[in-house]
Design a protein around this ligand. Structure first.
Ligand SMILES: Nc1ncnc2c1ncn2[C@@H]1O[C@H](COP(=O)(O)OP(=O)(O)OP(=O)(O)O)[C@@H](O)[C@H]1O
Ligand SMILES: [Mg+2]
Length: 478
């Protein structure tokens, strides 16, 4: 209950209730004032009309005519609703249904209010009557009045109704406010409870949706989507850490074993030198793995220290092919390059070179004989770089898996490498808003790197620019 008092929802509900109550009360007040006076005004109008009629009667038929008319009126009444009295100047009754001149309190000129015995005549109670007095020529007085018990009953009834309406408004308003607040709190509570459980470590918890698609449902859905994403990232991270641990343990264990053996065996300078050389080689491998992991992480985090500039992808491809030409040749493979004149992309020169190098390295490494082709084409809005080989290829169901860190296929375990090359290529592709995937080359494998192509003119502009201002601009922006 205390918590309920502190909530925003309750404040909202209170405002809602206040507005609700004010409008209902204003409405009731309006109804009261327009109806309460209405019945009395109606009564006065009837009395006035009656007096006017009777006065006319007196003018035309004289006193006798007036008395006859009043007799007729009185005897025609089933219930005594209208009161009549005609008196002479000494207030002696001549006709009517009142026994004598009433002891009245006068209201305004011509109007009086006085008690009369109750209409049904059985109880000793009295009703109140409202009457108007008219002095006829000749000193006769005419009194016409009406029993106000109907009007009063109406007013009392209305007062009662209004009081009840007030209470009802109050009750409905309070109930509405409480229900509204409770309902809102319950939804927020579900969210809070779930987050608390997640904080306590139950990462698989999700907020239930009620299917209404309202704002709370949307919030819950977004919350769940966020949790899914976090879980996915955590799982990925755990995978990577497991793999790192696993992959680094082997070379470390090997290093240790080698040094231990060197200590146990007969100490000779040549043996020590060899052991040290091998150890350095292993350490280099470890460092290379760390560096590769770090660059993937940096690229994936999107931390581009260098701004993306207009680059000719065909040109980089040609120079990377030149670099790998001797390696291919040594293995007896042919390396062919085919490209459009210039294919412009916006990118990071260093990272793109690294990605192409990784693809070429794989193609040459895993192809026992035959050839490797590197081609760069502009395909509508995309720059498409393909590295195709005639090697064993990769089965379709594994073509996505090899992009994960440390994944190496069984067939290539004998080759050097640690399964990070393609991960970096993918990270670089994503950084450039592009993608990389593997296709069948029948036979062999074809790796396709697709990047958004940029305007050729940008390339020309950038190439035309003198070197120094660019360097300067970079320094300024960095
Ligand atoms: N051209 C290819 N032909 C056949 N298999 C390939 C080819 N390219 C990659 N693979 C397979 O995909 C795996 C992952 O490749 P990736 O480049 O990520 O790692 P790696 O080459 O094993 O090591 P690294 O590139 O880190 O030195 C390889 O181990 C190999 O099994
Ligand atoms: Mg590789």
């Amino acid at each position: 209950m205390l918590r309920l008092l502190r909530t925003n929802a309750l404040r909202l509900a209170a405002v809602y209730f206040a507005l609700f109550a004010v409008s209902v009360l204003a409405l009731l007040g309006f109804v009261y004032f327009s109806f309460a006076g209405f019945v009395e005004r109606q009564t006065e109008a009837i009395i006035r009309a009656e007096i006017r009629g009777l006065a006319d009667q007196y003018e035309q038929g004289g006193l006798g005519g007036l008395i006859d008319t009043i007799h007729a009126r009185v005897s025609g009444q089933q219930v005594r609703a209208t009161l009549y009295l005609v008196t002479d100047e000494r207030l002696e009754p001549l006709a009517g249904n009142l026994t004598g001149w009433p002891r009245a309190e006068s209201l305004r000129p011509g109007w009086i209010k006085f008690p009369v015995e109750a209409r049904d005549g059985r109880t000793s109670e009295t009703d109140t009557a409202l009457a108007s007095v008219f002095v006829l020529s000749g000193g006769y007085r005419l009194l016409v009045g009406r029993d106000l018990s109907d009007a009063e009953a109406f007013r009392a009834r209305m007062n009662q109704t209004l009081v009840w309406a007030g209470w009802l408004t109050f009750a409905l308003g309070i109930t509405g406010a409480v229900v509204m607040t409770r309902n809102m709190l319950r939804r927020v509570d579900t969210l809070n409870r779930t987050s608390e459980r997640i904080i306590r470590g139950e990462l698989s918890q999700r907020v239930p949706l009620n299917g209404s698609g309202d704002e709370f449902d949307q919030l819950a859905a977004n919350f769940n989507a966020m949790l899914d994403r976090i879980e996915q990232l955590l799982t990925g991270m755990r995978h990577v850490t497991d793999n790192i641990a696993h992959d680094l343990r082997t070379p470390l264990a090997r290093m240790r074993a080698r040094m231990e053996v060197a200590l146990l065996e007969r100490p000779t300078a040549t043996r020590y030198v060899k052991t040290l050389r091998d150890t350095i080689h292993d350490a280099d491998h470890l460092l290379a793995t760390f560096n590769a992991l770090l660059s993937i992480a940096t690229v994936e985090a999107g931390a581009r220290r260098d701004p993306l500039v207009a680059i000719d992808l065909a040109k980089i491809a040609r120079s990377m092919a030149e670099l790998y030409e001797p390696v291919a040749e040594e293995k007896g493979l042919t390396l062919t390059v085919s490209s459009d004149a210039a294919v412009s992309v916006r990118g990071n020169l260093h990272l793109l070179s690294q990605a192409i190098a990784n693809l070429l390295d794989n193609a040459i490494k895993y192809t026992p004989s035959g050839g490797v082709t590197l081609s760069v084409r502009r395909d509508r809005a995309a720059a498409r770089l393909e590295v195709a080989d005639s090697g064993p290829g990769i089965p379709p169901d594994q073509r996505e898996a090899v992009f994960n860190r440390f994944v190496r296929l069984e067939a290539s375990r004998s080759m050097p490498g640690n399964g990070l090359g393609l991960s970096l290529v993918r990270a670089v592709a994503k950084l450039h808003s592009g993608d990389v995937w593997l296709e069948d080359n029948n036979p062999g494998l074809k790796a396709v790197l697709s990047l958004p192509a940029s305007d050729e003119r940008a390339l020309a502009r950038e190439a035309a620019m003198p070197e120094r201002p660019v360097a300067k601009a970079r320094r300024l922006s960095g």
